[in-house]
Design a protein around this ligand. Structure first.
Ligand code: GDP
Length: 211
């Protein structure tokens, strides 16, 4: 049964671009809001997922600006959290050198942030995770930041195939089924579940504060 979208706890009222981090030691926002980061290889469907989640023309405009695609872009959502759009990694069509650029930038962000409450890693539902995807998950496991996996382009498979892929990917990455959310930017399937999961991360009290 479809869930009632009126029951959404997170209603995105306002999204404001607050800036980009272009270099390892470069600018990052001085904010005390929780941060939720989105990561995935180029072409996985990250812009489509974020546009579907946020539904703001201004958001799409910023993320399409040339130069911004290699930066880490920060958006304030309501006054609730900061959405961190990490650069897409590991695109096969660019040189090895360029390929490696994302790593120090993303690692530097992850090391510097004190606000990160969760990360949404995007994987194409039809593909097995790449070495870069696994490296990202291993890195996150080390930092102990909770991860959710969004399986993009669900509409490209039948329901049965999509369910089977979700189970196989969760098992392969040793994740629970709650951590894996099949998603389609085309149909909007999974949007509610993803917003719920993000709200849980935003509202969770960080472990460091409970000790
Ligand atoms: P990014 O590089 O990760 O930001 O990926 P994009 O959002 O630009 O998407 C890459 C390609 O995948 C585009 O051609 C999109 O139209 C397509 N795409 C993204 N999400 C979906 C989806 O949910 N369903 C389908 N069928 N195609 C998608």
């Amino acid at each position: 049964m479809a869930k009632d979208p009126g029951g959404e706890r997170l209603i995105i009222r306002n999204v404001e671009f607050i800036g980009g981090m272009a270099e390892r030691h470069g600018w990052r926002p001085d904010s005390s809001l929780p941060e939720i980061a989105f990561a995935g290889r180029s072409n996985v469907g990250k812009s489509s997922l974020l546009n579907s989640l946020v539904r703001r023309k201004s958001f799409a405009r910023v993320s399409r600006t040339p130069g911004r695609t290699r930066e880490i872009n920060f958006f304030r959502v309501n006054n609730d959290f900061v959405l961190v759009d990490l650069p897409g990694y590991g695109y096969a069509k660019i040189s090895k050198e360029k390929k490696a650029e994302w790593r120090p930038l993303i690692e530097s962000y992850l090391k510097r942030t004190t606000q990160l409450r969760g990360i949404v890693l995007l994987l194409d539902i039809r593909r097995d995770p790449s070495d870069d995807d696994r490296a990202m998950l291993d890195f996150l496991a080390e930092t102990e930041v909770p991860a959710i996996v969004a399986l993009t382009k669900k509409d490209k498979l039948s329901k049965k195939e999509a369910d089977e892929r979700a189970v196989a990917i969760a098992r392969g990455l040793a994740l629970t089924s709650e951590q894996v959310i099949p998603f389609s930017a085309r149909s909007g399937e999974g949007r509610f579940e993803l917003l719920e999961a993000i709200t849980d991360l935003v509202e969770a009290v960080p472990e460091t504060e409970t000790r």
